[in-house]
Design a protein around this ligand. Structure first.
Ligand SMILES: [Fe+2]
Ligand SMILES: [Fe+2]
Length: 314
């Protein structure tokens, strides 16, 4: 990975800022939630803390941002499904240590395992409490399928045999990777992927990508070398979300487009990216200028604050 122009140092500092803000953000999120949602949020936190200790420092921020966005933008008939699904969807991540067999978090096996473990966590913390059984079943299925769009890019048979079909414990059950994948694959054939509730969930999940923390992390980590300046990067993000249709061919990576389903999600993502464009000239985003840690910290905190708990940017 190319970490030129102080990008590595900036990412490290961004990680520290995100960690430091974590408990403060939690308090603000809780205020938006009903009593029964607060219980779920509390139940999910320890799993994200475990993942955080294993290097997944960004997940908690994602859950906080996406949960507050859901409550503010999608307070609908789906609330009893979407809010719990957002709160729990990556809770199984703690189980998929990056160090295990040198597998990366976005490897086939880790995608499968964290979705399956997430379903177990939902069952443990929701069944018999304040939610209807059919809502809980849908929440479980959404969690079990939430990264399906990434899974289909793999050749499952190849991945399973390359790893020699390892087994892993889920509670009292020991399951092979193949068995776990088959359970997820069965879910994908139930029709849920075509359902409005799944599409809304998927949009809410993806809106995190242009949000400040995720955006800056990706900019420094992956693309600044290839795309040169932040305007090009923002344009690429727009392509990924299908917000612009011109110059498609000229932009690399358009194969990884994360097309949004609902017009409402497109509007929100468009507004956030507009805001990122306005920020493009400030020093925090300039990879070539002199890096001043204090300046970076205060710019970053200001940007996160502005966005914190999802304030509409327009
Ligand atoms: Fe996930
Ligand atoms: Fe997510």
């Amino acid at each position: 990975m190319d970490y030129s122009n102080g990008a590595k140092e900036r990412i490290k500092l961004l990680e520290i800022i995100v960690k430091e803000r974590s408990s403060r953000d939690s308090k603000a999120v809780k205020k938006l939630l009903s009593k029964k949602e607060q219980k779920l949020y509390h139940a999910a936190l320890p799993y994200y803390e475990l993942a955080n200790a294993n290097g997944h420092v960004w997940d908690k921020r994602h859950i906080d941002f996406s949960t507050s966005l859901t409550v503010k933008e999608y307070d609908s008939e789906f609330r009893d499904i979407i809010v719990p699904a957002v709160i729990f969807h990556d809770s199984g991540r703690y189980k998929t240590l990056d160090s295990r067999d040198n597998m990366k978090w976005d490897s086939f096996a880790n995608r499968v395992w964290h979705m399956y473990e997430g379903m177990r966590i939902v069952e443990m913390h929701m069944r018999g409490k304040d939610y209807r059984n059919d809502s809980i079943d849908t929440v479980k299925s959404i969690v079990g399928l939430h990264d399906w769009n990434y899974l289909v890019k793999f050749d499952s048979d190849k991945e399973i045999s390359a790893l020699n079909n390892p087994s892993i414990m889920f509670g009292d059950e020991t399951l092979t990777l193949e068995e776990t994948y088959n359970a997820i694959e069965r879910l994908s054939r139930t029709g849920l992927l075509e359902d409005d509730v799944f599409k809304v969930f998927n949009d809410v999940d993806r809106i995190n990508v242009p949000a400040s923390v995720s955006y800056y992390k990706d900019y420094y980590k992956k693309h600044h070398a290839k795309f040169g300046n932040v305007r090009d990067f923002a344009l690429m993000r727009m392509v990924e979300f299908d917000l612009v249709t011109v110059f498609l061919e000229s932009i690399e990576n358009c194969a990884s487009r994360k097309v949004l389903y609902t017009p409402h999600a497109k509007k929100i993502v468009g507004e956030i990216l507009d805001e990122r464009m306005k920020e493009a000239d400030i020093k925090v985003l300039s990879v070539s200028s002199h890096f001043d840690k204090d300046e970076f910290r205060s710019s970053m905190e200001g940007i996160i604050d502005k966005e914190n708990m999802y304030v509409r940017l327009s």
